[in-house]
Design a binder for this molecule. Structure first.
Ligand SMILES: [Fe+2]
Ligand SMILES: [Fe+2]
Length: 554
């Protein structure tokens, strides 16, 4: 122990002598360092059981700075003390570590603790030993994950500077790599979300938020909220702002020209249309153009975006976003196509059965409302809105003579009429698409009754799909109320009476209760979408509510 003490003292003396001679490599104009904020300083941990080593190291490195950041020096006098400080300061960049302290191998044990238990592979460990015999360099470097090995005798003030600087440089690079990894992981994670959006606007605002987050970065210290962003969509040759963050929040609805002056605008758009977007001054611009000529533009404004790391991450993210945008467009295209098909089919049915166009429209809206009141998920209820108007699509297979026969139907004709449910199922059920499949269920089951006396299968109670139960109720309601919509309020009372009679026999009792509890809203839908002229020569024409209901049942 005596030798090692000597060794340390010897090295301390050496450090001191260099410090005294001013060989610290210091820039004499050290005053500006005062402006360096302590929170941005690099952290250095000095671990040594000898106070003098601490004092000298602090003295030599007092005015040290690297990349405009100073040093915060922490001191530990034993392996145990170092562990405590390390636990509280996971962002320590360098540790200047003595080997022999409370034990012969305290320093080496600490190395194991850092690398294996704390799993800290980033911190740069510089072993400073006063007695190389105690920890031979070859053996130590081979067996312990340290980054530098110095005998105290060789660590002069100048050498200490060089060693610290190169260690900081490599720690900084490790942090950049780690940040890049985090950034990439973030991009991968948000990439999954990119494919979940249901509308272009939802998608674009999601991308913009992510973009601002990337630019604001968790990359550099105190670099939060430095960027504002907008997303604009091309309308009549002008980009109109649809979403904004930060200082652009209030710009929604305005033109891009309000943010970027006219002369610069053309340049910005041209640059944005280049494949990888464009960084300029304090901004970034990126355009995505869809096959259908839909074009959106993202603009980010704030501080200069640097370093290259952030730019790379933004580029990678936007490449992902572009793919996702095309995907969203494709999905929307499919949905639009389904809607169009359904609309067209609905029209065919209307024409054939001489129902009014607004009947199917109202049935769709009321079915959606009832579904929502029933507690169905919003998107499920929206599907029902599209599917419910298809309930009678199978009537395309019913001969005109029966479909539009004035007066009652014979038993045989009634049987044929009933086949519109299975025909509808057969027409729509072939599709794999969600809306079509839902429409198939509605077409098949809208004449089933709660008590099992309906058709085609006589399903009972909750065996009938909820889409079928809802459509059955609103379809009958609409058929009946529209016969009476311009008459006295007591006619509505009569309709209510009919629904109550059907509660638990024809209709799901719970749905009847919900419907009646919200009657005003349903009547509101009927009033907002009136028939242009009362249907004539209709299968329902001239029916009393009871007859109309019977007709709807059959
Ligand atoms: Fe029907
Ligand atoms: Fe109907």
């Amino acid at each position: 122990m005596a030798d090692s003490q000597n060794g340390r003292k010897q090295s301390s003396g050496e450090l001191l002598s260099f410090a005294e001679r001013g060989e610290t490599g210091q820039n004499p104009q050290q005053e500006r360092r005062k402006s360096i904020r302590p929170e941005s300083a690099w952290k250095l941990l000095i671990v040594d059981d000898e106070e003098e080593v601490h004092l000298l190291t602090r003295m030599v490195l007092k005015n040290y700075e690297f990349e405009d950041r100073g040093l915060t020096m922490l001191s530990a006098y034993s392996g145990a003390g170092a562990r405590r400080i390390l636990a509280e300061n996971p962002d320590i960049a360098i540790i200047l570590l003595d080997v022999v302290m409370e034990r012969e191998d305290s320093g080496l044990r600490l190395v194991r603790h850092i690398r294996d238990e704390l799993e800290n592979r980033d911190i740069r460990i510089i072993l400073r030993t006063g007695q190389p015999g105690q920890a031979p360099e070859n053996k130590v470097v081979n067996e312990y994950d340290i980054n530098d090995y110095k005998a105290k005798t060789e660590l002069t003030a100048q050498k200490l500077f060089t060693t610290i600087t190169s260690a900081l440089r490599s720690w900084r690079d490790i942090q950049i790599m780690a940040t890049r990894n985090q950034g990439l992981q973030k991009i991968i994670k948000s990439g999954a979300h990119l494919f979940e959006w249901h509308s272009r606007s939802e998608f674009a605002s999601g991308v913009l938020k992510q973009l601002v987050l990337l630019a604001n970065g968790d990359f550099s210290i105190e670099n939060k909220d430095l960027y504002s962003g907008i997303f604009a969509r091309l309308k009549d040759n002008c980009f109109q702002i649809e979403y904004g963050t930060g200082s652009f929040k209030t710009m929604v609805g305005r033109q891009l020209a309000d943010v970027v002056p006219g002369t610069t605008q053309a340049m910005v758009i041209r640059a944005g249309r280049q494949g990888h977007g464009f960084f300029f001054n304090h901004s970034y611009v990126y355009c995505i153009k869809a096959d259908n000529d839909d074009e959106i533009l993202f603009l980010l404004k704030g501080n200069p975006i640097s370093p290259e790391l952030d730019k790379d991450l933004i580029r990678i993210y936007m490449t992902n976003a572009t793919m996702a945008f095309h995907n969203v467009n494709l999905s929307l295209e499919i949905i639009e196509t389904q809607k169009e098909i359904i609309h067209t089919l609905g029209e065919v049915v209307e024409t054939r059965s001489k129902e009014t166009a607004n009947h199917v429209l109202r049935v769709g809206k009321m079915a959606q409302l009832l579904a929502e009141k029933y507690g169905m998920e919003t998107d499920e209820a929206a599907i029902l809105r599209l599917a419910a108007p298809m309930h009678d699509v199978g009537k395309v297979g019913i001969p005109d003579a029966i479909l539009n026969k004035p007066g009652g139907l014979t038993e045989a004709e009634y049987k044929i009429m009933q086949t519109h449910t299975t025909t509808g199922w057969e027409i729509l059920g072939k599709s794999e698409r969600r809306i079509m499949r839902s429409a198939a269920v509605v077409a098949h089951q809208h004449h089933e009754k709660w008590d099992g006396t309906g058709y085609p299968h006589g399903l009972v109670g909750s065996k009938i799909h909820i889409f079928g139960r809802i459509t059955a109720l609103v379809d009958v309601f609409d058929a009946v109320i529209n016969k009476r919509i311009y008459r006295e309020a007591k006619e509505l009372g009569e309709v209510v009476q009919l629904l109550k009679q059907g509660r638990g026999t024809h209709f799901d009792p719970e749905l009847v209760d919900i419907f009646l509890a919200n009657l005003t809203e349903f009547v509101g839908i009927v009033r907002a979408n009136p028939d242009e002229q009362p249907p004539s020569d209709n299968t329902l024409s001239g029916s009393s509510p009871a007859e109309a209901m019977k007709e709807e049942r059959g």
